[in-house]
Each structure stands twice: as structure tokens, then as C-alpha cells.
Design a protein around this ligand. Structure first.
Ligand SMILES: *Cc1c(COP(=O)(O)O)cnc(C)c1O
Length: 465
């Protein structure tokens, strides 16, 4: 093992097939933002998301899932499964596990673009409100602002770390009482791949008649009761950015309820052109379609998607085993067999009382880089502190691992504590703030080996006083 090699949080890995698809596309002059590889990639995504799978095997010996007691009914095929009946064709019916969800997929330039177009399709406009999980990456909420609408942030519940259904209900009722209008959409987020409590979220959303846009950008391959995330709500967002479960270098997709909706999304993604021999526009459109060359990368990646998911789960299992006897560090795990996480990133929380070497040197100087490989395109920080930051032991562990050539990262800072959203309404319970103070993401992904995990855990051990 080369111990000089830096272990990164989540780095893309090519399988070799990507270049074959690209070569073929270039030979056919298909270097355009549409084409046969986009079509094929979308079809492969449809087969994947429309399929049903058994729950994760590692729960078979542990049926004690305490959180399921309140799930009165199995709200299996969500409300809008009926809408899928009109979906044309049953491509993919060759797969016996194919269920008649009939979801259609539109490939786009990014997951952010997918959120944006889903909001437009839900009729979101200036002055509207959209409920967004606060504990998320900014791409869930920024498109709400693009549209002149206001995000209303809802905090998480402690088991999945995702949107708290009870707080969601409270937020909806309070918004209606205060504004006289219903929020236009609800965006739960599968943070770090963990499924949200979608049965209860759909129940609340349906009761109020509000569409759900599932942000499954980090949860591609995760399932709830065997059904792929992104297929429960009206829309589902996927991301193929460089650090996600699979990559197209940059890209995303929108899972749509039926073919007519997909066509409308594609119309918006293609500058909203009317059918005339010249350019005629009755609406404002966007240039959001995925390049056929990016789709080639995606097609190559689809051949290893199952391997990637299995590998992320394997790395999670290794952390589980190796971290088990370390007091004060808790691995974030699925709360029950219904929640089949892809474990996109493995995350831990640190007891505030855990002492880590070097805590006294934390937050001494202004950071010059930035998270997420964005160094050089970020603003320079004004100070070493903000009004909400990870505890000193978390930052000390991050620095310790960094010195050992291991990249780690604090959990995502809740949107309701971001200065840019200081005026946005928020319904909070302290969960996401507490997680942000105590949590750390550890390396996962196709480049992380068993030896790496041993090395990471050994470094964690040596950092503890
Ligand atoms: C990555 C991500 C997105 C979309 O990201 P793109 O980089 O635009 O593809 C959306 N939501 C969450 C939670 C994400 O992590």
C-alpha cells in the first residue's frame, strides 16, 4: 500500500467503457446536446428507477426496527402511481423486476437544473413559498430563489437526518395560517444517500395536495421498501456530478411521472421553442439539456452502478466493524430495514466530550481553500469563525486526518443558518444544528479500499486522547 497516497472523500472512477461510447459517438458526429447516447442513458436510468428490489440483506437478522411501529399502512405505490398509466410504451419490460411505475427520465446538465425545472413544472413563481429540507446542500434551495420564490426551511428528525414529517405538517399549517396560501412544493433530501421517511412525508403532502420533489441527488440507488428514491413524489432529482454515485463529469436528471411531463420538461430545457420554421417563443426556456458526450460517460458508468453501490455499502460495513469499539464516535446508520441507503458518504458524529489532539490549534487562522474542490472560486473568508461551526473536537479530527493525508468534511451546514437565507422562514428543532456541530463525513466511494478504511480508523484512534 502506498501510504503517501491521499485518500479523498469521494472521487469518481471510470470503468473503461466510457471511452468506447465516446469514441463511437464522435465517429457518428454526435457531439451535440441530444442524441442516441442521451436516449440510451435515459432508458437505462428508467429501467433502474422503475425496478423494485428486496430490502438490504444485512437487515435479515435484525427485524427490531423500532421506528416502524407508527407506520400504520404500507403506502407502497404512492398516490400518483395512477398517473403513470398513460406513460407510453413499456420499454424495459424485459426486466422481470420492472414495476409499472412508468417513470420517465430527462437527462440534464446538472442536478441543480433538474430542481429548477421541477419547480417550474410545479408552477412555482415569484412570491410563492417552497418547503425545503434545511439540512442539505445549497442546490436544493438555490433554484427556489432563482424563481423569485422563498424557501421555507424544515428541520430534520434524528433517525434519518432528513425532513421531519411532523415539523413539515406544522410548517404547512403555519404557512397557510400566516399567508393564506399553501406552499407550492415540498423538497425532502436523501442526505448522504439516506432515505427520508417518504411514506409519512407523502401522507402529509397528499393530505394538503402539495407536490413533492424528491432531491435524491445523493441518493441514487437508495431505496425505501424496495422502491427507488425519486419515484415516490411527482419529481425526483438525480445528480451525476463528479463526486456522486456515478458521474457524467457534470450532469443530472429529472425523474418525471409520465411521458407528457417529461416532454414538457425537455421543452423548457431546450429554450421553450414553438413549432414554427423559425424561432418562436411563448415562454422563457433554458439551455439545460445534457450533452450526448456526457451521456456516453453516463452509459459507461451505468455498467458499474451496481458495483459502486455495493462498494459504498461494503465500506460502510467496514467502518461499522472497525469503529464499533471506539467510544464517543457514532456511525450514522439506517434506522431500519425499510431504509436501504446507498451510503454515498459515510458519516460519524463525535460526542462533545470526546477529546481530540490539537483542539487548541483549531479555528486559529482563516481558511484559504474551500470545501468541495472549489478553491479559487470561493470568496476569501473574513474571519476564522462564523456564528455556527463544528465543535473543536470535530475540527481537530478533520485537521488530524488531513495531516495524515485523509480528506474528511464537516456535515453540510443547515440552510436556515446560512447568511444568504437569513430572512427565510424556518421551522427548526435543533437536530440539524446539533448534527452540524458534531458530525464529519469520512471517505467512501470506489477508490476507497479496505486498507484505506483501516488506515482511516487507525488515524481516528490515534487522534483520541
Ligand atoms: C449534488 C447535489 C445536488 C445537485 O447538484 P449538481 O451538482 O447541480 O448536479 C442537489 N442536491 C443535493 C443535496 C446535492 O448533494
Amino acid at each position: 500500500m502506498n501510504t503517501d497516497e491521499r485518500i479523498l472523500l469521494c472521487k469518481p472512477r471510470m470503468c473503461g467503457r466510457e471511452i468506447d461510447f465516446i469514441r463511437e459517438a464522435l465517429a457518428g458526429d454526435w457531439a451535440v446536446p441530444l442524441g442516441p447516447d442521451c436516449d440510451a442513458f435515459e432508458h437505462e436510468l428508467e429501467v433502474f428507477v422503475n425496478s423494485r428490489e428486496q430490502a438490504a440483506a444485512d437487515w435479515s437478522d435484525d427485524s427490531d426496527s423500532s421506528d416502524n411501529s407508527d407506520d400504520s399502512d404500507n403506502s407502497d405505490n404512492s398516490d400518483d402511481s395512477d398517473k403513470s398509466e398513460g406513460a407510453e410504451g413499456s420499454e424495459g419490460s424485459e426486466s422481470s423486476s420492472m414495476q409499472p411505475f412508468g417513470r420517465r427520465v430527462a437527462s440534464l446538465i446538472s442536478g441543480t437544473a433538474a430542481v429548477h425545472l421541477a419547480l417550474i413544472a410545479c408552477g412555482v413563481g415569484p412570491g410563492d413559498e417552497v418547503i425545503v429540507q434545511s439540512f442539505t446542500f445549497c442546490a436544493s434551495s438555490h433554484p427556489v430563489s432563482y424563481l423569485g420564490a422563498t424557501p421555507v426551511f424544515v428541520d430534520s428528525e434524528p433517525l434519518t437526518w432528513n425532513m421531519d414529517p411532523g415539523l413539515l405538517e406544522e410548517a404547512i399549517n403555519d404557512r397557510i395560517a400566516r399567508t393564506g396560501r399553501k406552499p407550492k412544493a415540498i423538497i425532502p433530501v436523501a442526505l448522504y444517500g439516506m432515505p427520508y421517511r417518504i411514506d409519512r412525508i407523502m401522507e402529509v403532502a397528499d393530505r394538503h395536495g402539495i407536490p413533492v420533489i424528491e432531491d435524491a441527488a445523493e441518493g441514487f440507488g437508495s431505496r425505501f421498501r424496495g422502491q427507488a428514491l425519486g419515484t415516490f413524489g411527482r419529481f425526483g432529482v438525480l445528480s451525476f456530478n463528479g463526486n456522486k454515485m456515478i458521474t457524467t463529469s457534470g450532469g443530472g436528471a429529472l425523474i418525471c411521472p409520465d411521458d407528457a411531463t417529461r416532454r414538457r420538461i425537455m421543452w423548457y430545457a431546450t429554450q421553450a421553442r414553438e413549432s414554427y420554421p423559425y424561432y418562436q417563443h411563448e415562454a422563457v426556456g433554458y439551455n439545460y439539456r445534457m450533452s450526448n458526450i456526457c451521456a456516453c460517460i453516463g452509459r459507461g458508468q451505468m455498467t458499474v452502478l451496481d458495483d459502486h453501490i455495493a462498494h459504498h455499502r461494503h465500506i460502510q460495513a467496514l467502518y461499522r466493524e472497525l469503529l464499533a469499539d471506539i467510544d464517543g464516535i457514532t456511525l450514522h446508520e439506517a434506522p431500519g430495514p425499510d431504509y436501504d441507503s446507498n451510503y454515498w458518504l459515510c458519516t460519524v458524529t463525535l460526542d462533545p466530550g470526546l477529546r481530540i489532539r490539537g483542539e487548541e490549534r483549531t479555528y486559529r487562522e482563516v481558511i484559504t481553500g474551500a470545501v468541495g474542490g472549489a478553491a479559487g472560486v470561493t470568496h476569501a473568508a473574513q474571519s476564522a469563525h462564523t456564528d455556527l461551526e463544528p465543535n473543536r473536537n470535530v475540527e481537530a479530527l478533520r485537521l488530524h486526518l488531513n495531516d495524515a493525508g485523509i480528506e474528511s468534511r464537516p456535515l453540510w451546514k443547515p440552510m436556515h443558518r446560512q447568511p444568504v437565507y437569513r430572512h427565510a422562514p424556518a421551522y427548526v428543532n435543533g437536530v440539524s444544528e446539533s448534527l452540524f456541530r458534531t458530525g464529519l463525513c469520512l471517505p467512501a466511494g470506489p477508490h476507497v479500499t479496505d486498507a484505506h478504511v483501516s488506515r482511516i480508523v487507525a488515524q481516528i484512534r490515534s487522534a483520541i486522547i
